[in-house]
Design a protein around this ligand. Sequence first.
Ligand code: ZN
Length: 682
Amino acid sequence: MSNPLLDLIGQDSLPDFDAVRPEHAEPALDRVLADNRAELEQRLQRHENHTWDSIVAPLEAMTDRLERIWAPISHLNAVMNSPAWREAYNACLPKLSDYHTELGQNEALFRAFRQVRESQAFASLEPAQQKLIDDNLRDFRLSGVNLPAGQKARFKTLSQRLSQLSTRFEENLLDATQAWSKHITDERRLQGLPASAREQAAHKAGAKGLDGWLLTLDLPSYMAAMQHAADRSLRRELYEAFVTRASEVGPDAGRFDNGPVMEEILALRHEMAQLLGYADYAEVSLATKMADSPQRVLGFLEDLVGRTRPQGERELAELRRFARERDGVDTLEAWDVGYYSERLKEHRYQLSEEELRPYFPAPRVLDGLFEVAHRLYGLTIRAVRDARVWHPDVRAFAIWDRDGEPRGRFYLDLYARENKRGGAWMADCVSRHRRPQGLQRPVAFITTNFAPPVGDEPALLRHDDVLTLFHEFGHALHHLLTRVDYPGVAGISGVPWDAVELPSQFMENWCWEREALDLFAAHYRTAEPLPQPLFERLKAGRNYHAAMAMLRQLEFSLFDFRLHRDYDPARGGRVQETLDAVRREVAVVQPPAFNRFANSFAHIFAGGYAAGYYSYKWAEVLSADAFSAFEQAGIFDAATGERFLSTILEQGGSRDAMELFKAFRGREPSIDALLRQSGLAA
Ligand code: ZN
């Protein structure tokens, strides 16, 4: 049987998405995994003294082969999620995960890498090659491969149990979220709720055979109610149900309690850290990050708290005053903050998305984005006409640099549709790879979920959408403009988590600059540029309640980091105690005693952010500081653009992230630019 996925291997062509079917997925994966296993075994048996060419380069080629077929499979599953695709994808997942576990635990492979590391030839390899080998050795050690037999077995037990516990945490949270709802039959109680939220609520009631409206705890529904429902007791009730999810208190007290799950997760992570030779799990997290020590992370977060809190208190005082004057609210409670914050914002800026949208027609925004890339990096971006795509909305583009050299291609899938996963993201399709038969150039997927065009009118984007598009394009440029020839450290591969959002958040800055907006923000009918008063209101609203928002993120970050840093087996997890202590130091709005935020903090208990939530803020500091170089030189300054291109975008993960940042900025990152851009500078 011919298989369009297998045809991709060794080729530099774009996938024929027209021809890829769910039934191609599993056979292609089976074939590549079998080939890879056979080749690896053969190589490990054959060589006594391993070299770059005998083991590292071949392993890179195997990983690349796998990516060539797996990237289209996982992408199609995400954006064309039919039952057939879901089934094919789910059949592949355990096979893929077995393969990765096998590689991480392969002692012969680990020894082969160590031989290369300890050989004389290592010194003559390029820095990118050396970094690739060191990254691999680090990851081997973190997967416990070189532990003595007894400890290795224990490590494996811990890993498996931790993965079960993460799943349990997630399931408890999901069950708790779905178990609770509020049935409303008196429409007056929905006063203030936007029409779209009301329709959703009516639809949910209808689906259960109920009259009226059903308010639920899924995020869009909950947020809409907390920001817009005028009925204070309704907000109070929703708030309590939401912040007690999966805990021992609240309306479903004890039913889905994550308390014991968190305790066990923290204990096992600590044990795992100690097996690996670290003092605590925070050190394990930092082993793969840009921040070099726990003291550095804590100092960074505490410094930001100190500089943000005074303004946070001013913002809260002002909000209290507003709520008192508007509605006679004496004590502003946790369930009032979102509501009055929205009212004050409307009152002050009178900014509506509907007013802005006509100035952001999608085709113009896209041209503007490409023009920004042209001015900054000398890129030319043109549509690829003959690309075979998975949906008529999708377009493919190719990038040429100043010297006319093709650098990479990307797919753009902008609009929401059925069976397409929500949100926005950039994913690798093909990585840059120098092979004996020639250079393979990178390809990226950019996916967003904007409202599609209606009739003959172009799609009109919200300003938030424009930010999202610039953000994902920033990730894509990082992947596509790399000059590194080894996939393991090319583009975003090998870039630490706390630095990977630098190029993306960085691009967002151009959406707030008049000079950049003038390249594309114009009324879709009249071509009139964005009126200055509207621009000023937009810009003024950017930093609305910036301190309160920053403090919330700092609270989560400090809580997460201290929880892992200060774990003591003799005293247990002390989850609520740690959270309460952090809140006393950080929060301006003190939540009620029943608040059990930790029990739903899936980022750190079920996602990959354990002792790493600080990464969001860390990367914001980097991107703001990088942009400040453009504020000084001019936002389209070609020399500064060239320097960002050559020191950050082209280098990918081939060098230490701090070194790269210093190469661009001439010094270590400073928090001043973020404070200034957020309007928080004292
Ligand atoms: Zn991002």
